[in-house]
Design a protein around this ligand. Structure first.
Ligand SMILES: Nc1ncnc2c1ncn2[C@@H]1O[C@H](COP(=O)(O)OP(=O)(O)O)[C@@H](O)[C@H]1O
Ligand SMILES: Nc1ccn([C@H]2C[C@H](O)[C@@H](COP(=O)(O)OP(=O)(O)O)O2)c(=O)n1
Length: 232
């Protein structure tokens, strides 16, 4: 029989949000998690963190076997509070360094190596399993590979032009055409790799954010999560 306390507590809900760069995954996931009292995990930050470590430790990024051999060396710790997510490698806060152009240009090569994906996927599953109230996990392969049994899967899209304009707005003055080209290149690498590529799960809800405000996207996802929770 259910206790009164359990009946008052909303069931844990697992939300997977995937899509290419600049579609609004991080902003939407953080806001939805904060609004609904859930944890939040940025899996791209974990792939960036392991890439940062490889670069800093002189690993040859063009050599997949060198990357594979070092994949289990760095200790990666993600803080999952949506109002202040954190990412640390071997005890060092790397939130800033993982956003440099150097890491951005190398992350697809590092994250394509199967040993890297196995390691990071295990970490992601253990974080999701430990999130008491539930969690919003965002990335590229969450609905397809990391959490195929998620309660709700969202796949965000937007035109390359909209995504490049959003990203170059963030990078203050970066050239929109160059940003667009580098986004398209990274999408192609992430979608074309053999191991768990960027892909929409068959049961994911696709939301095209090109002509939506961030607030509209957040409201749409919050409504979908609440519907799933009510049905649990
Ligand atoms: N629907 C939207 N309309 C306009 N700007 C948006 C929208 N969604 C996100 N943004 C902005 O675009 C940028 C990239 O969003 P982000 O959430 O980091 O995308 P992703 O995690 O998919 O790469 C941020 O500056 C964010 O504020
Ligand atoms: N679940 C994931 C998340 C990210 N990655 C890889 C592929 C992406 O190009 C990089 C960086 O992801 P991130 O979400 O930080 O990228 P953007 O913020 O969208 O530019 O990591 C992945 O392979 N699998």
């Amino acid at each position: 029989m259910e206790t009164a306390a359990a009946a008052r507590t909303a069931p844990a809900v697992i939300v997977a949000i995937d899509g290419p760069s600049g579609t609004g995954k991080s902003s939407t996931s953080k806001a939805v998690a904060a609004q609904l009292g859930l944890s939040y995990l940025d899996t791209g930050a974990q792939y960036r963190a392991i890439t940062w470590w490889m670069v800093n430790n002189g690993i040859d990024i063009t050599d997949p076997s060198a990357i594979a051999g070092a994949a289990d060396k760095p200790e990666i710790v993600s803080g999952t509070d949506p109002s202040g997510p954190t990412i640390a490698v071997d005890g060092t806060d790397v939130a800033g360094p993982i956003r440099t152009e150097e890491v951005t240009s190398k992350v697809s090569a590092v994250s394509a190596v199967p040993e890297v994906r196995t390691r990071i996927t295990e970490l992601q599953r253990s974080i999701a399993a430990g999130a008491g109230a539930g969690i919003v996990v965002e990335g590229r392969d969450i609905g397809t590979t990391v959490l195929p049994d998620a309660d709700l899967k969202i796949f965000l899209t937007a035109s390359p032009e909209a995504r490049a304009a959003r990203r170059s707005g963030e990078l203050k003055g970066a050239d929109v055409a160059a940003t667009r080209d580098s986004l398209i290149k990274r999408d192609a690498a992430d979608s074309g790799r053999k191991t768990s590529p960027l892909a929409k799960a068959g049961d994911a809800v696709e939301v095209d954010t090109t002509d939506l405000t961030l607030q509209q996207v957040i409201e749409c996802v919050v409504t979908l999560v609440e519907e799933k929770r009510a049905a649990k």
